[in-house]
Design a protein around this ligand. Structure first.
Ligand code: BG6
Length: 459
């Protein structure tokens, strides 16, 4: 019996990214991206020194993997294209990459799994990083050329595109922290990276429409709802600032076409505004998204700044402190709070404040370490914790939809275990397990469960 029925044609699927799944990192003409390079120079930064060369070998096993998607009733899948595979020197098309992405797309369509193709998932080509990456406006132009090339090559079959996955992450991890290459900590540079990524997204959307492509184009943002410790004026203000930096910095320009005034004023006060060129703001205003993808993993709990600021550098953390909610439940492996209601709050926020734009959950998932402890006699991982995680999020999502939020799908992170940015294969997320020694795939109990949800369009 289905108690929580989802709308007709609801998308049930999974997300992935090129660097995390394809492997073949130095094969068939692919050039290096920042991950290939960083691993080369600092392998010890990666869990058990496992790098991005092989990952889950999707480059070779995609046909079998897509059949596995069909087996568990996925009707959609969101991989990314590797920029450095498609255009190794930024200009000339790599025909082997075209062949690979063509076959992948055709195979998906043949198995009735709708492709949602993402263009950028943290994987800056190395030669562009060497000239400054997103700090350099030339790279914005180069991205547009890459986007146009992809639309031209694959747009006849791909009807849903996204420009970026989580554009705030390279800003936060690579320019405000040491977690992604180039490991810079500089708010002024971080703001430029964010601004240019936003411009790149708007420019690609503009090109998509100029090229009269008959599909839709969106962006995927990781929204971390900010919850204040209390209703005090100070805590509320702290939470508002966290929301401005981490959510509204991309959400507002992507959906509404404008930056929040409070954010602009705050950046101006600290002399952090990026250099604009004529036409930039108009470009952003005119090229908002057709739909939004939302990755939701955890909330952000915030209180007024109580700890002294140690460095002279301005960072978002100068404006608020993290708050540890005594009732929180944690995923101890990833260190992220599990708060299912967050997905409902996002649904209502989009409905009330973002024109009820069509949106889907583009990632939601739970990474767990050492999952082989849960293998049963028949070799299946009994990941009941993951089933609970999905079930509770889906119930809250259902409530949001019942109350009018325009959500058209739910994608898990992820289809099969894959390589993660610094954690490599430490935490596993897949509906399918991967044995890294043999690259064999086996369905987990959550995969079996998810296949029923997808088939019944509800739970
Ligand atoms: C999302 C990213 O932020 O979270 C994925 O889009 C990532 O690329 C996923 O893998 C899970 O995070 P992590 O760091 O545990 O792999």
């Amino acid at each position: 019996m289905v108690t929580y029925k989802f709308p007709k044609d609801f998308l049930w699927g999974a997300a992935a990214s090129a660097t995390q799944t394809e492997g073949a990192a130095d094969k068939d003409g692919k050039a290096k991206n920042i991950w290939d390079y960083w691993y080369e120079i600092e392998p010890e930064r990666f869990h058990e020194e496992v790098g991005p060369q092989v990952t889950s070998n999707f480059y070779s096993s995609f046909k079998e993997d897509i059949k596995r998607m069909e087996v568990i009733n996925l009707n959609s899948f969101r991989p990314s294209i590797s920029w450095s595979r498609l255009l190794p020197d930024g200009k000339n098309v790599n025909q082997k990459a075209v062949a690979f992405y063509n076959s992948m797309i055709d195979e998906l369509l043949e198995h009735e799994v709708e492709p949602i193709i993402n263009l950028y998932h943290f994987d800056m080509p190395l030669h562009f990083q060497k000239i400054g990456g997103w700090e350099n406006r030339e790279v914005v132009k180069a991205f547009n050329y890459y986007a146009e090339t992809a639309f031209k090559l694959f747009g006849n079959r791909v009807k849903k595109w996204t420009t970026f996955n989580e554009p705030i992450v390279p800003v936060e991890m690579g320019y405000l922290n040491h977690y992604h290459y180039p490991c810079v900590v500089d708010m002024k540079r971080a703001v430029v990276v964010a601004y240019h990524s936003m411009l790149a997204s708007a420019k690609a959307i503009h090109s998509y429409r100029e090229m009269k492509q008959d599909g839709e184009i969106g962006i995927i943002l990781n929204l971390t709802p900010s919850y204040p410790r209390s209703d005090s004026k100070e805590d509320l203000e702290a939470s508002k600032i966290a929301d401005l930096f981490y959510n509204r910095s991309f959400l507002d320009p992507s959906v509404l076409g404008t930056y929040p005034d409070e954010l602009v004023q705050l950046l101006r006060r600290y002399d952090l505004l990026p250099t604009k060129e004529d036409g930039d703001l108009q470009l952003i205003r005119d090229n908002t998204v057709d739909f939004l993808g939302v990755n939701y993993y955890q909330p952000r709990r915030v209180k007024v700044k109580e700890t002294p600021i140690e460095s002279e550098t301005i960072l978002p953390e100068n404006f608020f402190d993290p708050y540890v909610w005594p009732e929180r439940r944690m995923n101890p492996y990833r260190g992220w709070e599990i708060y299912e209601k967050g997905i409902y709050d996002i649904a209502i926020n989009i409905k009330d404040n973002y024109g009820n734009i069509p949106w889907y959950v583009a990632e939601n998932g739970m990474g767990v370490e050492n999952e082989q402890r849960f293998i049963n006699e028949s070799g299946m991982i009994e990941d009941d914790y993951r089933i609970d995680f999905y079930r509770e999020h889906l119930k809250w999502l259902h409530k949001g939809i019942q109350e009018g939020s325009n959500c058209f799908g739910y994608h898990v992170w992820t289809f099969m275990d894959n390589w993660s940015w610094l954690n490599a294969y430490k935490n596993r997320y897949g509906l399918y397990r991967i044995d890294l020694d043999t690259q064999e795939r086996s369905l987990k109990r959550s995969g079996e469960w998810f296949s029923k949800i997808a088939k019944n369009n509800g739970l």
